[in-house]
Design a binder for this molecule. Structure first.
Ligand SMILES: Nc1nc2c(ncn2[C@@H]2O[C@H](COP(=O)(O)OP(=O)(O)OP(=O)(O)O)[C@@H](O)[C@H]2O)c(=O)[nH]1
Ligand SMILES: [Mg+2]
Length: 311
């Protein structure tokens, strides 16, 4: 029998900080009648737990509704929290669909240095392979030889072809070659890695703009997806990354990784309400099976601490 933690156990880990904080902050606020001051306290507690102000406001209004519901215990409050968080997350939980015509569908993967781009690409490739799509990778992070090597190792492990260029070479050139090869060989999905290690916003913008120009010349629809990879352990910082990359690269969807260990998963809710961008998948580890589209019900129950597996 495997002793590896299950998907659900890893998720519990990734949301523990958020849900512990939430449960701690809400403890003792139920029970008595919910007066205005108590409602204020609850709303503050929710925001302090990384849920965005909008969701916190909805929860407050729900709790303030009708005098009958006012004698609530902690658990009753948490059930309302779970329902409202689920509503916020259900709107954005949207797996990546492969529906480009003509093929290939080009997915550009971007994000700050170390956020988990390369690992996420491997996990996505595995997910699409399982759905019987033909997948190819492009090593568009040409800044370091190690980056090319890391993606090549993953390509081999997952069992997909990869197009690379020389270290320090032109990323747009690699992407050009990759699209040509993917088209010629009937590939369904081409996933493009990019460098996070760029000096500044200007340089990043120029590089991504060049890749986009090259793609557009081969297929006006490409890139079909621009997926921003966010590291859940960076908490609120993830929100400013969405803003910056949105401006620079026109983000079409998000993947949140490292929702295991020391993550502050509540930021997922804040991101959902602030930007409304599709959240395609979440990652809970470094293995190729550690990425899935997420289940808004499961995640919201974990955040609110009303999950069956948790006492
Ligand atoms: N715990 C955990 N670690 C992860 C996860 N995803 C990636 N990592 C680790 O985070 C580190 C950075 O991941 P990469 O995929 O190399 O990140 P990157 O964005 O490609 O980094 P650069 O290419 O340097 O910009 C690696 O050590 C990964 O193994 C995850 O979901 N959970
Ligand atoms: Mg990388």
């Amino acid at each position: 029998m495997s002793t590896n933690p299950s998907w659900h156990e890893k998720l519990l880990g990734g949301f523990r900080r958020t849900s512990d904080r939430l449960i701690g902050n809400l403890a003792g606020l139920g029970g008595a009648r919910l007066e205005y001051e108590t409602l204020d306290d609850i709303e503050e507690a929710l925001i302090a737990s990384d849920l965005g102000p909008e969701t916190a406001g909805h929860i407050r209004s729900r709790l303030a509704e009708g005098t009958f519901e006012r004698d609530m215990e902690d658990l009753g409050i948490r059930l309302v929290v779970a329902e409202e968080v689920e509503k916020a997350l259900a709107k954005v939980a949207r797996p990546l669909e492969i529906d480009a015509f003509p093929r290939p569908q080009v997915i550009l993967v971007i994000g700050v240095n170390g956020s988990g781009k390369t690992t996420t690409i491997a996990k996505l490739a595995h997910l699409f392979m399982e759905q019987d799509y033909g997948v190819m990778l492009a090593a568009g992070d040409t800044f370091r030889a190690a980056a090319i090597g890391q993606l090549a190792t993953w390509a081999e492990r997952v069992g997909v072809p990869i197009v690379t260029g020389p270290e320090g070479g032109d990323a747009a050139g690699v992407v050009w070659d990759a699209v040509k090869q993917a088209t010629a060989t009937g590939i369904d999905v081409l996933i493009v890695d990019t460098a996070g290690r760029l000096q500044n916003k200007r340089e990043l913008m120029d590089e991504l703009a060049k890749i986009r120009r090259v793609l557009g010349r081969l297929n006006p629809e490409a890139p079909h997806d621009v997926v921003l990879v966010l590291d859940a352990t960076t908490g609120q910082n993830a929100l400013s990354q969405i803003e910056v990359f949105g401006e620079v690269a026109g983000v079409t969807g998000l993947v949140m990784t490292k929702l295991d260990g020391t993550a502050r998963g509540g930021v997922l809710v804040a991101a959902a309400e602030r930007f409304g961008l599709p959240i395609h998948a979440i990652g809970v580890g470094e293995g190729m099976t550690d990425l899935r589209p997420f289940d808004a019900n499961e995640v919201s129950r974990i955040i609110a601490g009303v999950d069956g597996a948790r006492k």
